[in-house]
Design a protein around this ligand. Structure first.
Ligand code: NI
Length: 227
């Protein structure tokens, strides 16, 4: 399932993050690539684990912890420390699939990548091109969101970043390991939770049907989750 999470960061937080990024030192994006990705990738990144990356990463992780939509959709177990990239004019990232296992700098944190996240930090008007294009069984989906919005998509997807033809595309990208490994099961849980929340808003959290459905949600989660 692919999902937009609007307003993860406020415009004010985006501006603060951009200020930190503008003052930071950038390196060739291939610092984090696997062998195959390195052939397709042409962009710049903040060095992994650098003070700027850590500082902005904390802001993003704090915001995500407070997002019920993110928690419900991702059911996160472990979230990789956010990374940051910048695509200037002519820069692009060709079709690839993200590495299945990611080890953070220092080597003491390792996750299986179930979901890939892109948090846009530049407004769509600031650049031309630079769409994130994700392929699934329904075809190709082109994503270009307002600054502060994030997209979640299964890490199993082939995807690319279209060449930037004007301005610069700045974003945070990272991965997470979900408590529920299977995308189909995770999607069903998200749909069930969304339906329960809607029903509870219309009736009451104490409504017997809402209580029963909430029980079913947790019993399915118990059956499918690793913790
Ligand atoms: Ni990727």
């Amino acid at each position: 399932m692919m999902l937009r999470i609007p307003g993860v960061l406020t415009k004010q937080q985006v501006a603060q993050c951009r200020q930190i990024m503008d003052a930071a030192e950038w390196v060739d994006g291939n610092a984090t690539s696997g062998y195959q990705s390195a052939l397709a990738k042409n962009n710049m990144q903040l060095p992994e684990g650098s003070p700027a990356a850590r500082q902005i990463g904390e802001v993003i992780l704090d915001a995500l912890e407070r997002s019920p939509l993110f928690i419900s959709a991702a059911l996160p177990l472990k979230v990789f420390p956010p990374l940051f990239n910048r695509y200037g004019e002519g820069q692009t990232f060709g079709t690839h699939v993200d590495n299945s296992i990611r080890v953070a700098a220092g080597g003491d944190f390792r996750i299986r990548t179930d979901l890939s996240c892109t948090l846009f930090l530049a407004e769509p008007e600031e650049y031309d091109g630079g769409e994130l294009i994700v392929e699934d069984t329904y075809g190709e989906h082109s994503v270009k969101l307002p600054a502060g919005d994030m997209v979640l998509y299964p890490s199993t997807s082939l995807h690319r970043v279209a060449p930037v033809t004007r301005g610069a595309r700045v974003a945070s990208f990272f991965w997470l390991q979900s408590m529920v490994r299977d995308d189909g099961q995770r999607t069903l849980l998200f749909q069930l939770d969304s339906s329960i929340q809607q029903l509870a808003a219309e009736k009451s959290h104490k409504d017997p049907v809402v209580v029963q459905l909430t029980g079913i949600y947790h019993n399915l989660l118990r059956r499918w989750a690793d913790s």
